[in-house]
Design a protein around this ligand. Structure first.
Ligand SMILES: C[S@@+](CC[C@H](N)C(=O)[O-])C[C@H]1O[C@@H](n2cnc3c(N)ncnc32)[C@H](O)[C@@H]1O
Length: 266
């Protein structure tokens, strides 16, 4: 018994095909490139916790530069892959909702990249965010990304039934449209959505629903957590803007990077 709510996505992340998907040596996303450049002068003094490390996409870029590095993932298969691929760095199987291995205030930088946090429902997400905050030193940096609720019209459009020139493609469209609406029956009545879970077809619907949140609502979540210096960047942008930027509530990038700090004084 772990005491944690079941997460169907976890079994998907143990599958060899999904491990292989995240094991591809992809580069950093644009906001991550900005982050790496901003942190560059101090990286050598930083203790970093890389949560939901997957196949080690971020390990490749950050681990050689920071003072200490630990990559964790709740998928044992992902961690096994990382250990083989990056034998000189430390990895552990662990869940973001229970960072029991880490003392309070033991990291300078906690990263949960590529929307891994969205597999958790709202309650569990807050548990994970609280844990991430707990293990950060005062002044430490928390960065994660999360699906943008403003992007949902594009998702529903993707699953709209369309007649194509070929029968095979038309049948395919019919099948995925049926699956999407069977799983998201009430979605059209919930939109526009401020925050909530949606089955968006990730991993061909093998994952559980993902949490989508409007950027200003995500910022408010961080404020309630007591985080400061909140800034956001759409995944297609190098530029972070302050959390109170008036354009944020309408930002329609597929996902948003949230950067924030734990206050120096408790
Ligand atoms: C979309 S993948 C991203 C992998 C990697 N960060 C990257 O950017 O390529 C999300 C990762 O988060 C992990 N994950 C999801 N929920 C987690 C949790 N509660 N605790 C630890 N890892 C989790 C998954 O196993 C998966 O490897």
């Amino acid at each position: 018994m772990t005491g944690l709510a079941p997460d169907l996505s976890r079994s998907a992340y143990e599958s060899p095909d999904i491990v292989a998907l995240y094991a591809r040596p992809d580069g950093l996303q644009k906001p991550e490139q900005t982050l790496l450049a901003q942190l560059a002068p101090s990286l050598g003094t930083i203790d970093m916790l890389d949560i939901g490390v997957g196949g080690g996409r971020t390990t490749r870029h950050f681990a050689p530069l920071v003072r200490t590095y630990l990559g964790i993932d709740y998928s044992a298969a992902m961690i096994e892959h990382c250990r083989q691929e990056f034998p000189s760095f430390r990895f552990a199987v662990a869940d973001a909702r229970r960072l029991e291995f880490a003392a309070d205030e033991s990291y300078d930088f906690v990263l949960f990249s590529y929307n891994g946090i969205d597999h958790l429902d709202r309650h569990e997400r807050l548990t994970a965010l609280n844990e991430m905050r707990r293990v950060l030193r005062p002044g430490g940096l928390m960065v994660f990304s999360s699906h943008n609720a403003n992007y949902l019209p594009a998702i529903t459009d993707r699953f709209r039934f369309r007649v194509h020139a070929g029968l095979r493609e038309t049948l395919r469209s019919f099948k995925w449209s049926c699956v999407f609406w069977a799983k998201n029956g009430l979605l059209q009545y919930r939109m526009p959505l401020a925050a909530g879970r949606v089955h968006d077809g990730t991993h061909s619907f093998r994952s559980s629903a993902l949490y989508y949140v409007r950027p200003d609502v995500g910022v408010a979540e961080l404020r309630r957590l007591g985080m400061v210096d909140i800034a956001c960047a759409g995944n297609e942008s190098h530029d972070f803007v302050p959390g109170d930027d008036p354009r944020l509530p309408r930002d329609s990038n597929p996902w948003i990077y949230y950067m924030s700090r734990k206050p120096e004084q408790a």
